[in-house]
Design a protein around this ligand. Structure first.
Ligand SMILES: [Zn+2]
Ligand SMILES: [Zn+2]
Length: 420
């Protein structure tokens, strides 16, 4: 029997893990700088949390969730996205009690049973950013600016911000009627899912992946033409604030995110070179979601960045992964000395490697080369006799002598600055 990771599930191996860490570290720095705090929520939640928030008639809930009965008979789901869990935690722990405004972020895996393809996995990873308690359009612009700032910081290429407004439940009521009338005129061209969803949730037709449906929807009346005056004003203000922050964007009137909870501002960052799965980040406002999940009437806005897709559009810089120092020691006594010295250096954060196998000096030098050590410290009988070890710089191809008596201090002094 041969074990392999399941389809759509990937191992992330070194040195690629270093790139992941780097993207995560930059995200933490940027977000902490803008006053966000990290929140860690479980990856397993009651299935109902997602069906209630994302919406019963969405592709995610109908087709993609990992939902199963656990051993106590509870219906549970591996989270397909993080916003619902973050809202649940915000309500459960009354994070609004002292101050309704909360800026939170979370980094971790999500799960959707989709057909795996480039940039799309069944276990995928997101950086999630949410702001609760601010209804003013200023925060919409700020959140988008943070996203664009982060993307440029990690050198993501060819990123374009697209924005739209989905209106509020009030103006959507009128729009749904207009859309239904349009869909009825094109009924024969629609797939089964779209026909079924048309009555209760006509907006979902916009995210249908069937080419025939997409063709029809490209001619559908855009929701932005039917915004009520307060929603239209909110959208206009968002755009004004984006301009103050000098954020380049375009309005995409047909962008409708595939989740029911969005209202008013929605946005996506699309990137060239990603093919059909071209959104690297997406988000929007969800002013009714906190109340819909049993909390007070508090607005929210947020976005998620897809890490796998981000990796496809950021430079793959080869990072040095070898040790800083390889200690080549010869003879039993000196090998013991090397063992102790290596432990002390590693504790002092000098990445040090020794030979565990008792090989010849020549073989140890070959090994130092193979693992990509920057420096090699040579201690053999000669060195013991003279009291001077040899430190060889493998990159510059030069060497120097170091007194054995103060070898730890001397090496730390020289290598601390290149410690990885
Ligand atoms: Zn409205
Ligand atoms: Zn369809």
């Amino acid at each position: 029997m041969e074990f392999k990771a399941m389809r759509g599930f990937s191992d992330i191996l070194p040195p690629a893990t270093r790139r992941w860490e780097m993207l995560e570290e930059r995200a933490r720095e940027v977000l902490e700088g803008f006053g966000f705090s990290e929140i860690r929520v479980p990856i397993l939640e009651r299935a109902e949390l997602f069906s209630r928030s994302i919406g019963e008639e969405t592709d995610i809930v109908e087709k993609e969730m990992y939902t199963f009965e656990d051993r106590s008979g509870d219906c549970v789901t591996l989270r397909p996205e993080a916003t619902a869990s973050m809202v649940r935690a915000y309500i459960e722990h009354k994070l609004y009690a002292a101050d309704p405004m909360a800026k939170l972020y979370s980094i971790g895996p999500m799960f959707r049973h989709e057909r795996p393809q480039k940039g799309r996995h069944r276990q995928f990873h997101q950086i999630n950013v949410e702001v609760f308690g601010v209804s003013q359009p200023m925060i919409d612009a700020e959140v988008m600016a943070i996203l664009m700032h982060y993307l440029s910081l990690v050198e993501a290429t060819n990123c374009h911000l697209q924005i739209n407004s989905l209106g509020c439940p009030h103006c959507r009521l009128e729009y749904k009627e207009i859309l239904r009338a349009f869909l009825k005129d094109h009924l024969s061209g629609l797939c089964e899912d779209c026909r079924r969803r048309m009555e209760r949730n006509p907006l979902r037709t916009f995210d249908c992946k069937v080419p025939g449906c997409q063709e029809i929807m490209s001619k559908a009346p855009p929701i932005s033409d039917y915004l009520c005056p307060p929603c239209a004003e909110h959208f206009a203000e968002v755009r004004k604030y984006l301009e103050i922050l000098e954020i380049v964007y375009e309005v995409n009137p047909r962008m409708v995110r595939g989740l029911d909870y969005y209202a008013r501002t929605t946005f996506e960052v699309v990137a060239g070179g990603l093919g059909a799965q071209n959104a690297v980040a997406a988000g929007g406002r969800y002013d009714q979601l906190v109340a819909a999940l049993g909390g007070p009437d508090i607005p929210g806005i947020g976005f998620a960045i897809g890490m796998e897709r981000l990796l496809l559009i950021t430079p793959n810089k080869t990072l040095p992964s070898g040790p800083s120092l390889f200690i080549a020691a010869l003879g039993e006594g000196l090998r013991r000395k090397a063992f102790g010295l290596s432990y002390k250096l590693n504790r002092a954060c000098v990445k040090t490697l020794i030979d565990y196998e008792g090989r010849s000096l020549k073989a140890q030098m070959r090994r130092a080369d193979k693992v990509g050590a920057r420096y090699v410290l040579i201690i053999g009988e000669n060195e013991q006799r003279t009291g001077q070890a040899i430190l060889r710089d493998m990159k510059e191809k030069k060497q120097e002598e170091i007194p054995l008596s103060s070898i730890f201090e001397e090496i730390v002094k020289r290598l601390k600055e290149i410690a990885l």
